[in-house]
Design a protein around this ligand. Structure first.
Ligand SMILES: [Zn+2]
Length: 88
């Protein structure tokens, strides 16, 4: 059985975080990148649930990114949620 039909597409479009660097696996920005943020807002719809999810990501990331300050990580993972809540 030969056949190179393995699904090895180029870069995935998941915009999932790469660990332990926590950069986006699709676009390379700091995760959550702009694309992922708008997707999360759409997927969750509910900011309270989303902030719980992001809080768990923040906890995992702070284990990996020990050189980053807690404040900057909080801004990065959760801060945009508050900033983005003004419009609409
Ligand atoms: Zn991305």
């Amino acid at each position: 059985m030969t056949g190179g039909a393995e699904p090895s597409g180029p870069v995935s479009d998941e915009h999932a975080p790469e660990q332990p660097t926590w950069s986006c696996g699709s676009c390379g920005e700091d995760w959550p990148c702009a694309t992922k943020r708008s997707r999360l807002l759409r997927e969750y719809g509910d900011r309270a649930t989303l902030s719980v999810y992001l809080g768990s990501c923040l906890a995992a990331a702070s284990e990996d990114l020990r050189t980053a300050s807690v404040t900057s990580l909080q801004n990065r993972f959760i801060g945009w949620l508050r900033r983005g809540s003004r419009s609409s």
